[in-house]
Design a protein around this ligand. Sequence first.
Ligand code: PMP
Length: 404
Amino acid sequence: MNPNLEKQLKKELEELKSKNLNRTVDDLRFISSTKAIDSDGKEYLVFGTNNYLGLTHHHDVIKASKDASTYGTGSTGSRLTTGASFEARELEKSISEFKNTESALIFNTGYMTNLGVIYALTKENDIIFSDELNHASIIDGTKISKAKVKVYKHKDTDELERLIQSELKEMNNQNSNFFIASDGVFSMDGDIAPLPELVEIAEKYNCTLIIDDAHATGVIGKTGKGTVEYFKDKTGIDLTDSVDLQIGTLSKALASEGGFVCGKQVYIDYLINKSRPFIFSTALSPSTIASANVALNLLKENSEEYLNNLNSNTKLMRELLINAGLNIVDGETPIIPIIIGPADLANRFSNELKKEGILVSAIRPPSVPKEMSRLRFTIMSTHTKEEIEFTANEIIKIWNNIKK
Ligand code: PMP
């Protein structure tokens, strides 16, 4: 190994450690949707997954995965060569039907979906307007894109409009396309994008609107369809056709792995031809796709039950923490961040909870801004009322000790 590089890497790792920002991998094995054991066999109640509906452990989902493995454990190639399974086509049909869009395309992860969509659709003279709290995969998509990137303050649609107007004034190239990209539910704060305002601006200035519903699909909206449905429930206005591209992931409420984009057929045809993560990576295995497909079918059939459980669990946890005076980010989604501030304190909080058998990770920079370290609790429809009450009590007890 190059001794200079080795020295440099070690120095950087030491710096991260000294700031409590180093990351390590702690092995886990889930024994149910909400409980896991560590490598010493200690059992934990888990409050940090994205498995909102607990479907990773549903009998039908596991069976679908096992059954599809009879077609081979791997997909053997890119979708464009030998990796094009019947399962993938079936899931894409089901997703586009669920989202009421013309078409859908599966990618290997939600991360690759954002990267692959943004990179493929944007060109040199284009401009991408991006919310400052967008997920890293949107940010990285904008970074590798040749387009200019303008970041607007979180959910600040006035600033977004000002930025668009100022770009329009400066522009002398007629061939620029404008894009607006936003999370639907923001991954670290759990708040919801102001979709009606984003649509209004997108329509006024002819921008292509991309909404990442990774944490919204299966989570918000009366039947779990995501951000568009959430606002339809609220306002009665259906914005489906006003969002050009809805992105999602199979790795959260849909209990598997992979990502998807849905929208007009022309986008999907273009991405099949131009999106490098789609073209150059081996497709997901039939098992992975089949399990997501069954999870989606379960969601379609049981949305009322799943979402009622998820919402009442979320409400209970939010109420218990707010009543105890904890500094949680206001909202209504199952992502409940308790803002701690310094990274070392967030680590301590997480470690104390771990001693009590509760697992939730401390989220520190660069995932969140400096001095905004937090514990990010995620509630699941399969948590019991007793588990939530027990966890809230432990949180409150430990927090009262720590802040002394
Ligand atoms: N978008 C958002 C908003 C996310 O939070 C995540 C993952 N946490 C992704 C995309 C990436 O999805 P995946 O884990 O399937 O790569």
